[in-house]
Ligand binder design. Sequence first.
Ligand SMILES: *Cc1c(COP(=O)(O)O)cnc(C)c1O
Length: 373
Amino acid sequence: MNEPGDGTRCVHAGLPEPVPGQPFLPGPVFAAPYHLDPWQGPAGAPNGYGRPDNPTRRLLEAAIGELEGGDCRVFASGQAAITGLLLTVLRPGDTVVLPADGYYTVRAFASAALEAIGVRVLLAPTAGPYPSLDGVRLVLLETPANPGLDVVDVADLAERAHAAGALVAVDNTTATPLGQRPLDLGADLVVASGTKALTGHSDLLLGYLATRSPELLGAVTVWRNATGAIPGAFDAWLAHRSLATMDLRLGRQAANAEAVASLLAGRPDVTGLRWPGRPEDPSYAVASAQMRRMPGVLSFDLGDADRVARFVDAARLVVAATSFGGLHTTADRRAQWGDDTSPGFVRLSCGIEDTADLVADIAAALDAAGPAS
Ligand SMILES: *Cc1c(COP(=O)(O)O)cnc(C)c1O
């Protein structure tokens, strides 16, 4: 067989070999302690205690690891994975470079917790320019960045960082492992929230880290066991079940995003449209060279908060919610969460509704919302 396609890889990711009488994806194993062999103790079985050991979680890690092309550890949330990485790698006196326009909570954590333990935090816009990386321990990239959707050339940054002796981690949340494979592009680590498009059903929180370095994997595993930031067995099982449809979900989401982007591009009452898949977008050149598919998320500006509310209220197929990457189309006015976007800035996450229905609904809702005041 040739290299299998994304749909095939998603359906089979992490599944055990077929065994007659057994399910395709074994159900969740709920256990705190497991039975031990009275003579051999923990050495006698793969599972001793639930914080380090859970077979449902290991199958999910095998699945995500296959898709990212590395070894994976899952966490209770994206934040648990990202802060776990930062606190595993960084020591007092180290310098870390973080995206100035990336996920807001990571920046907030850095200024609250990392600077307090003597880590120097530098912020760089995703699209550049980047500071000199001399003396930097870790560069965290987020591409496409959430919510502004700028991108960075990962291979180029990884080369520069490695020449300076720095590690490179990429937050792959928006792209997903089907959208880009940072480890193939030269990154040392991938971190991501699995809460978004990876699992896509808006019903669980999950994070993960993937790497090809046994040392980094070992250090992160020790960290996770010490801090206990593990997902529960039921969430791990739901996530694995959801992975099987990722290719289908992302395909429809991207098709919807493309159609909505062309609708919005033609409307003079919408400004600041960003979608990396549009040839006119500043991210297009790098995104189309580096990414295997485009995200279902776009962003734009409706001028003020009231017009955003009128738009969402008038729409039948767009609901107000944060997060993104789910089955349902959602709109989030980011400024209401205290991040530093303008009052009318909207991140729109396209769901898997029929494209024609969604485009017609959004056009009608914009008409109904009227102009900004
Ligand atoms: C949502 C998100 C996170 C945090 O993930 P949680 O699962 O909410 O903890 C991190 N990075 C990006 C880019 C995100 O969108």
